[in-house]
Ligand binder design. Structure first.
Ligand code: PXP
Length: 237
């Protein structure tokens, strides 16, 4: 059964709507852990639109499972990560004008810069994952950076309109997971995963962890965070 990492960015998004103190993402992390998740994911964006520097310091202190810090390869952000010491860093592309992380990293084009960030983070004792499209060239380039974990961007699968397009995306992710596993990588997946599409991805042999944010936090508004996390865990099981 794949593990579940809960992305709590959108708890902070709601807080930032008023620039006040609630809801507190640290309190949310504790509830997610009590409900049985395996890691907490938070993205320290360069524009600090949701999670901020104080949040990640406090998260580092309270997280009992694993702290997976999502981040770009910006030097200042890498400096902060090395200082805070999350258990894992997931490197993602970042554009200020985007609403969410729109695609995976182009590791083929940016191998040297990504390798440099991977190496700095690993020297600080942080495991590194690369958020990439399910593509063989990107997997091969990821290996060259020294990263030991990859996370497939499942947006193309989640957003596919037709049944056949969804099937094609799923097939591609399955095949690429098999290839990456054969190369010794740990394979995760995330983005756009919801209660009604998570099972297909959870069933992929060897899938290690699914990182899910928006759908869990959206459901939590109506049923509470503890139940929203538990329901997702039950589906993954
Ligand atoms: N994994 C990564 C690397 C992401 O960037 C995101 C989005 O922040 C997620 C998982 C979670 O995506 P969603 O909020 O669509 O579940």
């Amino acid at each position: 059964m794949p593990k579940l990492g809960v992305n709590i960015d959108h708890i902070a998004t709601l807080r930032q709507a008023r620039r006040e103190f609630e809801p507190d993402p640290i309190a949310a992390a504790k509830i997610c852990e009590e409900a049985g998740c395996d890691s907490i994911v938070a993205h320290l964006r360069e524009d600090r639109r949701h999670i901020n520097d104080s949040d990640i310091k406090r998260l580092r202190k309270v997280i009992k499972t694993r702290f997976n810090l999502e981040m770009s390869i910006n030097k200042g952000i890498v400096d902060i990560a090395c200082e805070i010491g999350p258990d894992q860093a997931t490197l993602v592309p970042e554009r200020r004008e985007e609403i969410t992380t729109e695609g995976g990293l182009d590791v083929v084009k940016n191998t040297a810069a990504i390798k440099n960030a991977v190496s700095r983070l690993q020297k600080s004792g942080i495991e590194v994952s690369l958020f990439i499209p399910a593509d063989k060239k990107q997997i091969d380039a990821s290996i060259k950076t020294g990263a030991t974990i990859i996370e497939f961007h499942t947006g193309c699968f989640a957003n596919a309109r037709s049944f056949s397009a969804k099937g094609r995306e799923l097939y591609r992710i399955k095949n690429m997971a098999k290839y990456a596993l054969s190369q010794g990588l740990i394979v995760n997946a995330g983005h756009g995963l919801k209660y009604d599409n998570v099972k297909a991805i959870a069933k992929i042999p060897g899938m290690y962890e699914l990182n899910i944010g928006h759908s869990i936090i959206s459901k939590a508004v109506f049923v509470g965070l503890h139940k929203a996390v538990k329901d997702m865990l039950n589906l993954i099981k």
